[in-house]
Design a protein around this ligand. Sequence first.
Ligand SMILES: [Zn+2]
Length: 245
Amino acid sequence: MARRPLTVLALAAAIVLLLSSLRPAGPGPRPPAAGARSRPLRGLAVVMDPGHGGIDSGAVAAGVQEKGVNLAIALAAARELRDFGARVVLTRHTDQAPVPRGERRYLRDRRRRAELVAETGAQLFVSVHANYVGGSGPRGPLVLWNPSANAGSRALAGAIRTSLQGALGVRVRMAPQAVLILQWARVPAVTIEAGFLSNPVERAALVRPAYQARVGTAIAVGVRSYWTARRAQDTFWRGLAWAGA
Ligand SMILES: [Zn+2]
């Protein structure tokens, strides 16, 4: 009895798949084109934000300034994302804050970083920081996403968390947090606290270029898995809408 409906369903699914593969790209994430295997992020633009900079050093522990660690990790992530074919816009390339001075500098600086998303047409925002607490015990990366921000933020945080966990072999937490800059970005946006500068073991790792590169690469790989999954989903739904039209 169920045989005929199942056959019809299977046929419908096959048609949808066929149509979705034939359908030309509309706005939004594009389906993979030629060379997609080596440049899977072609068509994606990411704002990569190394936290702090200039007169704002961020946390400081045993002489290590957070701003330098953030920049090194973000540059490594940017390199890898470009290798994957993405366009990367850095909020800073050097030890210079986007808004270096003036009244209410701190707030305007954060605004400026978020504004770059709309100005450059970026689809994702990724901010890199390092953590600090009073005690030396806490350690491990933490991925933050703002529950009032774009709905994709949580999935992006999850993908980066999974990637960091695999690359570093440590437990990586993720948490919702009302970070304003993530809300201002208006696209899927996360802050990665790469580790605790207050923990001596983690601090020693965070200043090593090889470790910074490993963290940066893991962030880029997380972005890649989020984006390719989202693109596959969009392609499927577009195909379904087209088939139903
Ligand atoms: Zn910070």
